[in-house]
Design a protein around this ligand. Structure first.
Ligand code: ADE
Length: 451
């Protein structure tokens, strides 16, 4: 019997969660989020009638939040057999995990879990033998690929030991059983496109992040609001009058810069891309290299998706009291090892706030350099996750409907699904559009009419 099977909840669902007693709190919070997810609710209602995912095993590696709970329940209403593990050790909401288990959904996630437990939970999601995987950061898909390519040394030992002990036929059937995947985030899509480009991608992947109804809203307004929320909950500092340095001016960086400015901060952007840097300048922000910004900033927020954006050389010139946070997917953007090397002492001065004492100054790192919006706050508000998870649920339906037809490529959600989600969201918000008059349509369709 595996460890997973050994731990069953009161309702006989394999799980590894903090405390089943938290389920009633999770139920109320999930219901509250659901009120702000009208598009997902409509999809769930239709799924319950049509059962498009009947019997399909889905393993999801997502942030375990109230919004994700609503997605899991919608998939379950569609007939799916769902298993959920965390896509970040700090983002799990333990009451939500308990609630989902009480609703018969397997959950393997505990807030604050260590590295080994994190990977043991990913292993449990693999043991579910998914036909579809749903990733936020491509951890499930990359583990499956390392198994398929027999690159066991690239797997965490708890997955490696299990995978190598599997009967080879069983291992092959597990890998071959995955028919498609969906990916939630920019970082994951970049990893998956790299797999496609190296010719190793084993199955079709739907890049949910590439939907307009996802990244225009979730990345910009979701990350913008929830990152500021996380920093304020962790520190309770005043942003008005402070200098906030935003590293990266992609969709997430744009949202963070906008919201920091809205709180009265003077915002500096750092970039490596000329076009984005130009956009930041014309949006009214100062743009300069990090070496220069490091000497000026009060608060630093990384949202680049790349590694070691804030390094030893930057920490050495920061002002006393500088606060450093990350809202990019992985905890690699802030070089914490370099900071630890120059620090004489560290102490947790507040929950989520680690003080590093340098010779003559102190620097504060929030949430261990992990996604601050999910570590210290609750992630993006439900109203934007409504569109992101409408994309996820319809992407799952799309891959089931088109099984065997899709190429082994990273593809966006079909454009008509993206447009339909926008239409439904507007309808839910009570916003009406104009329609083209026949004269206007003719004008747009013709090339002869010039004046
Ligand atoms: N990613 C960012 N915010 C999130 C949320 N509230 N739920 C799930 N994933 C998220």
């Amino acid at each position: 019997m595996s460890e997973t099977e050994a731990r069953m909840s009161a309702v006989d669902v394999p799980c590894d969660i903090r405390d089943p007693e938290l389920a009633s709190k999770g139920a109320l919070r999930t219901e509250w989020a659901g009120r702000h997810m009208p598009v997902l609710r409509l999809i769930g209602d239709r799924f319950e009638r049509e059962r498009p995912l009947d019997g399909v095993r889905i393993s999801a590696c997502l942030h375990v939040t109230t919004e994700t709970a609503n997605l899991m329940l919608a998939l379950q209403r569609g007939g799916a057999d769902v298993c959920l593990c965390a896509s970040n050790p700090l983002s799990t909401q333990d009451d939500v995990a308990a609630y989902l288990v009480s609703r018969g959904i397997q959950v393997h996630a505990i807030k604050g879990e260590d590295h080994e437990t994190y990977y043991r939970h990913i292993r449990s999601a693999l043991e579910h033998r998914p036909q579809i995987t749903m990733d936020d950061g491509a951890d499930l898909v990359s583990a499956i690929h390392f198994m398929a390519l027999e690159r066991y040394d690239d797997l965490h030992p708890v997955i490696r030991d299990w995978a190598t002990e599997l009967d080879p036929a069983e291992r092959k059937s597990l890998v071959d059983g995955v028919t498609a995947s969906t990916e939630e985030t920019t970082t994951g899509v970049i990893r998956l496109k790299a797999m496609e480009n190296s010719g190793v991608l084993l199955f079709p992947v739907i890049a949910v992040n590439d939907s307009k109804t996802k990244h225009f809203f979730d990345n910009r307004y979701g990350t913008g609001q929830s990152t500021i929320d996380g920093i304020l909950r962790a520190t309770n500092i005043l942003l008005a009058g402070s200098t906030v340095v935003v590293a990266g001016y992609g969709w997430c960086g744009k949202g963070v810069a906008l919201r920091a400015q809205g709180q009265g901060a003077s915002v500096i952007v750092t970039e490596i891309d000329p076009l984005r840097a130009l956009e930041a300048v014309m949006d009214g922000f100062r743009v300069m290299p990090m070496t220069e910004a490091a000497t000026i900033g009060d608060v630093f927020i990384t949202v680049t998706g790349d590694t070691h954006v804030i390094r030893g050389e930057h920490f050495k010139v920061m002002k006393d009291g500088a606060v450093v946070a990350n809202s990019g997917h992985f905890n690699v953007e802030i070089d914490l090892d370099a900071l630890a090397e120059i620090a004489n002492e560290t102490r947790e001065i507040r929950e989520y706030v680690m003080e590093y004492s340098l010779d003559d100054r102190k620097v504060y790192v929030l949430g261990e350099g992990r996604l601050i919006n999910l570590a210290a706050a609750e992630g993006h508000p439900a109203s934007v996750m409504d569109m992101s998870f409408a994309n996820q649920s319809l992407a799952a339906e799309h891959v089931v409907k088109n099984a065997g037809e899709l190429e082994k490529r990273v593809e966006p959600v079909p454009i008509d699904i993206d447009a339909e989600i926008a239409r439904l969201k507007l309808q839910a918000l009570g916003v009406q559009l104009d329609e083209l008059t026949p004269e206007q349509r003719e004008y747009l369709d013709s090339w002869e009419i010039g004046t």
